[in-house]
Design a protein around this ligand. Sequence first.
Ligand code: LLP
Length: 418
Amino acid sequence: MHFFEYQDHQLHCEGVPVEAIAEKVGTPFYLYSYHTLVRHFTVFDKAFDGIPHLVCYSAKANSNLALLRLFVNLGGGVDIVSGGELYRALQAGADPQKIVFSGVGKRPDEIEYGLRAGILMFNVESSQELQALDEVAGRIGKKASISIRVNPDIDPKTHPYISTGLKQNKFGIDILRAPMAYRMATQLPNLKIVGIDCHIGSQLIEVEPVIEALRKLKRLVEDLRKEGIEIRYLDLGGGLGITYEDEEPPHPTDYAASILEEIKGFGCTLILEPGRVIVGNAGILVSKVLYMKENEEKQFVIVDAGMNDLVRPSYYGSYHQILPVKEEAREEIVADVVGPICESSDFLAKGRRMPKVKPGELIAVMSAGAYGFSMSTNYNSRPRVAEVMVRDDQMYVIRRREGYEDLIRGEEIPEFLL
Ligand code: LLP
């Protein structure tokens, strides 16, 4: 459930008409509903109430400081994958003891940053990374708390670009080699083993692959216990899907119930790293129709948001519902909704049956809260768009629109060219 609805034939975010926001901040912009964010986080978190657990929101889905702060206020931790995300999490006031650091390519400086901040654990993805962690920790006189990210070789049945737990993927340590990695970690003086981790993929529509992964992890933890290696945290990653079109992912409560049934009494604190399910349907991208054109074959709706603002349709062929901000009886058309970028892959929708819109009017690209702004770029020298949060009948700009000067920040023309 979310709070984007027509009231008096005008799309609203909570109590504010989308059009009124467009008048204030211009287009395009991302728009988030505070109450939807709170509701999604709370429902997810409460669903795991039966056992000790920690919800580490996956910052990559949407790393705006205001959103991070909101989840921190609700008791959440943060799942990070870079020094930059660590910086954001700390700026947002996250408790370092609720931060987990994932990712296959952590640099020594990022490891050092995490160690000095005192994060809960590093989810380690290779034996060389174990060595790097031990080295950096030794150099600065710290102990690195680690978990091993295990690749359980399970097909999550999702888009190949966002499936991560198969042998062919670069993520984690093969489950058969994981015991060796743990043994190696026991030999490295500056490491402290605290957990086990996996993340099999994103936009998961079925819970079975997650349960299958959990069973494999449990078996491994039991084997490790026999060797005297204690595992305190079991991190199941993120991945729960949402409805973009007609997908029917499990409700967080059912997802949690299946997991709880499997893990209750196992003696580990459960960590979860949800991203999309918390923020995906809590945000939309608002854009203005610039032009319409047609040829013998096709109709095009040309809008002022492009693939640099929302790359998901171009990159994964993702479906995002597109609604006119003004609700009225209209003819239907079948059109490609395209942006201003100089690439044929610059589209928000292809061959879409949709209400006929007019130049100058606003459209809402729905379910854009996750991997929307966070994947946006300056391609074609387009300033990144504004982000707005609405709470009840108030709007707050939580990231101002970039200006042209932001585009060249840090660039320099060497003297010999002057
Ligand atoms: N934990 C780890 C280690 C991850 O790699 C990810 C996502 C998550 C948690 C959060 O997954 P979520 O709950 O959001 O599914 N850009 C793609 C999605 C990439 C997901 C990458 N990893 C998209 O737009 O669909």
